[in-house]
Design a protein around this ligand. Structure first.
Ligand code: SF4
Length: 67
């Protein structure tokens, strides 16, 4: 997946620079909002898909794993 593509089941987080994704061995993906670390107004694990978010900033690269 490139940064210009979004995952409809994830929504905005799939192309947000603050998103962190962890993939389990069974293939599940867990999306964490890195913005929540600095701003408690954001949920650490937002309900997906995120269709609107005031913190969204387009990522230049796909979300990093872990974190
Ligand atoms: S700032 Fe919004 S769009 Fe970005 S990772 Fe957090 S919840 Fe998702």
């Amino acid at each position: 997946m490139t940064s210009s593509q979004s995952d409809p089941s994830v929504g905005l987080c799939s192309r947000c620079r603050f998103a962190r994704v962890t993939r389990s061995a069974r293939g599940s993906s867990f999306w964490r909002c890195g913005k929540a670390d600095e701003d408690p107004a954001f949920a650490r694990y937002p309900s997906l898909p995120v269709v609107r978010c005031g913190g969204f900033v387009a990522a230049e690269a796909p979300p990093t794993e872990g974190g």
